[in-house]
Write a protein that binds this ligand. Sequence first.
Ligand SMILES: [Mg+2]
Length: 172
Amino acid sequence: MLKIFRPTYHAQSVYDIDINFYKKHGFKNVIVDLDNTLDSYKLFEPSVQAKELIKRLLAAGIDVFIISNNHSGRVNRYADSLHLPFLANARKPFKKRILQYIAMMKIDVAKTVLIGDQLLTDVVVANKIGLSVVLTEKIVQEDQWTTKFNRLFDRPIRKHLRQKELLPDWRN
Ligand SMILES: [Mg+2]
């Protein structure tokens, strides 16, 4: 299996990961995907659990950035409600826009973990850049059509990784 698809860690959900995980690994920054990682693409405002998660991370001294392939209208509104910096139209799995953003925000790659629900976008771009990455399962069933297409490839690769025990649990 190509290394580019292998996440550093796996979690059922971003909401399962406790603060000690970040401390243990020295992660000072979290780059988090929006759709189906934090909330459904149908939700325009952050859920209560998203708000609480962000509050907990910031209180622990961890900076949070939202990086999404979705359009700026959607991402802007959502991130603004959380008072978080963000990058919309990120074009994952291409690394150019994210590298520019990382440089602009002076994000230390070695102290950063990316968290996302998709192998073909989130995991691949993190591996290209050399970021640690937590792959999650999607939090709701519904996906946008572009994501549905990616899932056709994501599903068998994920299954293969699971069978080969290449989805290390975040607790380990
Ligand atoms: Mg997503």
